[in-house]
Design a protein around this ligand. Sequence first.
Ligand code: ADP
Length: 213
Amino acid sequence: MVFLELTQRQQTILGIVKSEGPITSEQIADRLKLTRATLRSDLAILTMAGLIEARPRVGYYYSGKSPHEVVAAKIRRFKVGELQSRPVVVGEATSIHDAIITLFLEDVGTLFVAREGGILEGVVSRKDLLKIAFGAGDIRNLPVGVIMTRMPNIITTSPEEPAWEAARKLVLHEVDALPVVEPVADNKNELRVVGRFSKTTVARLFVEIGERR
Ligand code: ADP
């Protein structure tokens, strides 16, 4: 996977800095038989990408990071809290029928089930609802509480967690969304739902990174 494509000349400059750094831009220009002005943008790109570093009166030296490491470090800086979306929460007594309506109205694939104060109790997915809707039950009288996946078996994330870690949880546990939670001050077992982190959140971030925003 190549995230950062360097031109032939940028690769040559990187090679020179790697083997001979610290080295000044005059010396690099000499080696390549180019003017310093011609090199300026290449040096700027390599510096901004974190591949080389510049020290005044010393010159350029290799940062020791591969292009992949630099991109990985950038990706790991995003926090769940910067990216999370609004959670869609229903109560445990909500009927399956109303939960399905909520899914359509709110345009989400996963509902979080919480009690008063937003305390997380469970999660209901699209397929949880499909499965019960196909069955013989009366979906207007059955509450989501009977089909939801319950605490403490819920995979959660927090606003401070790196988004990359949260994305790994989505992949590892094969779920579409994670409730973003915060601990409730006086009770370690209670978690308050404050957001939603889903595969869509990750896809959106991927697109933004691709657009170099
Ligand atoms: P779908 O079932 O619509 O494909 P998911 O893959 O997200 O959606 O859900 C699969 C199962 O995992 C469902 O039974 C659901 O209740 C449960 N589930 C969904 N999200 C979570 C989560 N964050 N933690 C634990 N279980 C979850």
